[in-house]
Design a binder for this molecule. Sequence first.
Ligand code: HEM
Length: 510
Amino acid sequence: MSLLTDYYGVALAVLSLVLTLIWYLKNSSSWRYRNLPPGPLGLPILGILPYLDEKNPSVDVLRMSKRYGPIFGGFLGSHRAVFLNDYDTIKETFARTDDVFSDRPRIAIFELYSDGQGVACCYLENHWKEQRRFTLRALRNYGMGRLQGSLRNAIDVEVSHLMTAMSKIKKPFDPRIYVESAVCNITCKMVFGRRYEYEDAQFTEFLHNLEKIFELSGVAGVVNYLSWMKYVPFSGYHALGDCVRHLENGLFTKECEEHQKVFDPNRSPRDLIEAFLLELHKKQQEKVENNGEDMRPTGFNHQQMLHFIADVFAAGTDTTASTLKWSLIHLMKFEDEQRKIQEELDHVIGRDRMPSLEDKPNLPYTQAFLAESLRYGCAGPLGVPHGAKDDTKLRGYDIPKGTVIVANLYAVLYDPKVFPEPDKFNPSRFIDEEGRVKTSLIERAHSQFGIGRRQCVGMDMALMERFVFITNLIHRFNARAPNGPDSVTIDARGGLAFVPMPFEMQLTER
Ligand code: HEM
């Protein structure tokens, strides 16, 4: 036994030595770059990871930026990283048209999700521009950002189902699964062309799988930066990839095959799978007309279709659901705000019909509440990391190729120069003296969707969902915390995403 322990100890010591040596060699490459951004040196192997509160890393990043400036550097485990800490710096970096900062870094999460394919996880060289353009066009053709169209219908139908389901519950309940089901169903309708009943076993399993992916993405938060963790059993590293593959090879493949059987290239696409099949068909036609040669390199193939679907679900469901859960929390915590929205809805819409998207311009306070809730909840405080495509410069600093670039969106949304007293929930900050919304300030709150060339392509969809969901709920019901507003916590299950803790809500018909 003691011999075994000795061997174990020696093996650990050797492993630590090797890892320290690797870290040292990586770090010592700094001499090649004369003017790296300033920042804490960090610890061997872990870099600055131990300085970041696991629950709330963005606050620590902001604290460090007070010492080192809006651009500072450090090692996240074995990866060189640069942190951007105000709106202008992020905009200047991520809006660069040479796309040198538009890549995704080579970290575990992107590798595991789709090996750098798909859209949200797509490396530049895997036809990111083509895939992003296609996704944006497909979402708009489906009705994103429009008053009429399939998306609007899908949202209206789903919210109506949700209201019926919620109206049957007469005691305090946990609304999270309802919110997740409704949001996921809107995406199902858009991607597959169908929605599911909330009790459907296949749907419940799908939701469970998505939830597991989000949970494991949290694990990948640390694993992302400690690449050797992939060799550590039970680190959760491979579980995330397994989970995504389970969905891709199961439900997504089944849906794609069923769509393929009835696909008609002469018909306008009815959902996102048909839109992808049509694009694939066009590329194949082009190739035939070009004597079997690709006209130009393209990312459209069957494998990419599965990654595309996975990305739309992964990027669009949990994010939107989280922001909606935060809004429910804010409605219960700040009852006065709920009352003000209800007064506005009663005044503008009356009690005889439900609110709809057309009403939005006439509801400034409601818009202000939604923007403030998005800002205050700050569901994705560190956004999605970018990567430097080549060796480059940023405000005079050397940025080596492959550097992970992190935009601290929390710093933008809690910037006291733009949002005075940022820790106070105050929708009125978005309203001017004439009672109109301050559009430019609302746009700033939308930094939650990222800034620049990789900004969220589903932003308008999420905004539509948020508006219809919250206005319909509050017009029909009073939403109260069973133990009063003071019992409502705004603490989050922290990490990369800021997800609300479990909570209960009591609805009564108005
Ligand atoms: C409130 C809800 C949402 C939030 C807070 C959110 C936030 C974000 C953020 C921060 C990014 C990364 C930006 C960057 O890399 O700089 C992103 C990217 C993305 N989002 Fe969203 N998102 C939401 C909803 C949606 C929805 C509904 C969809 C899909 C229909 C979607 C699809 C995507 C995609 C495909 C990308 C990748 C874009 C690219 O890499 O070029 N998102 N989102």
